[in-house]
Design a protein around this ligand. Structure first.
Ligand code: NAP
Length: 290
């Protein structure tokens, strides 16, 4: 039986993986939140890895607040970049495969076509720069890794755009949403399912991959579809508004090209609209009152 450690287990991707872990009985899961393993502490990592024979480590731990990363840059780098050096070294030392999640924000957004894994990176904010350095640290210090860059993650857990729109629409608050960025929303459950498939199949095509749902939209387009799916489109005022100034610059275009994942894993992601309906139906079945 394989042992899989999930760090940052109480974040939205960590919780999505926990939900799907219920469907797998051939894996010994170790879900650890930030109070159980601190990825910035060498001692904490060593303590966790030394006696457990961990086959895979899925690293969901990260500093993900893009706005705060501009002022708390040292902290963002400690968690997103420096910690990955030690995590990679420890995985290499104990023969564990590292599955790490990175971001579309490693790109500057000047492209007009989806970014492939070979395209040059050029982050435009501190979060993206720290995540890119994390990728490079992994690639430098170990061999058996998968890095999945993903984009616009949402789920039924934590803080994300989907939950914010659903909550605001329930309160009947007018929504003023930007059309200034184009990307692809990604259902965290779909990413979790891909990671589980990879582990179950013991795939060893290590490397860097892009994964998101397919298609593209703006944040405004995403909000409109959320309202449509939740049957609140007619009830809520939705406006296009590009006047809101964020602290961190965002890439204007950050759609990821998924051809490599199709070729190597034989995996075609669902469209972002299908993925959204999928989440809505899951929540409905679970009896969510949101
Ligand atoms: N969210 C997105 O839209 C998005 C888009 C592209 C890529 N990604 C990437 O996808 C991954 C998962 O994101 P997510 O949305 O699930 O993030 P999340 O909900 O913010 O979860 C991150 C988790 O990391 C934990 N953590 C922070 N510092 C830690 C440390 N030093 N040691 C151990 N755990 C620590 C946090 O725990 P505490 O809360 O206890 O601090 C939190 O549970 C991240 O790598 C992120 O960069 C996310």
């Amino acid at each position: 039986m394989k042992t899989v450690l999930v760090t940052g287990a109480s974040g939205q991707l960590g919780r999505s993986i926990q939900q799907h872990a219920l469907e797998t009985d051939s894996i010994n899961w170790l879900f650890m939140d930030s109070s159980e393993i601190d990825i910035t502490s060498k001692e904490s990592l060593e303590q966790c890895f030394q006696n457990k024979k961990i086959d895979y480590c899925i690293n969901c731990a990260a500093f993900t607040n893009v706005e705060k990363a501009e002022s708390e840059t040292d902290k963002a780098y400690r968690i997103n970049a420096e910690a990955l050096k030690e995590l990679a070294k420890i995985c290499e030392k104990y023969g564990s495969v590292l599955i790490h999640i990175s971001t579309d924000y490693v790109f500057d957004g000047r492209s007009k076509i989806p970014y492939s894994e070979e395209d040059p990176t050029n982050p435009v904010n501190a979060y993206g720069a720290s995540k890119l350095e994390g990728e490079l640290n992994i690639q430098k210090h170990m061999n058996k890794y998968f890095i999945f860059r993903t984009s616009w993650l949402y789920s039924e857990y934590g803080h994300n755009f989907y939950l914010t729109v659903v909550k605001k629409s329930a309160e009947n608050v007018p929504l003023n949403i930007t059309t200034a960025q184009t990307g692809t929303p990604t259902n965290a459950n779909h990413l979790a399912q891909l990671l589980l498939k990879l582990i179950r199949e013991e795939n060893n095509s290590y490397g860097l991959y892009h994964f998101s749902n397919s298609g593209e939209t703006t944040w405004h387009g995403f909000a409109k579809e959320i309202l449509r799916v939740t049957n609140t489109l007619e009830l809520v005022e939705l406006n296009k508004d590009n006047s809101y100034k964020t602290i961190a610059t965002r890439p204007e275009y950050s759609v990821l090209n998924k051809q490599k994942i199709k070729d190597i894993f034989n995996h075609t992601p669902a469209t972002w609209q299908e993925a959204l309906r999928d989440l809505h139906e899951t929540r409905y079945q679970l009896g969510s009152n949101l």
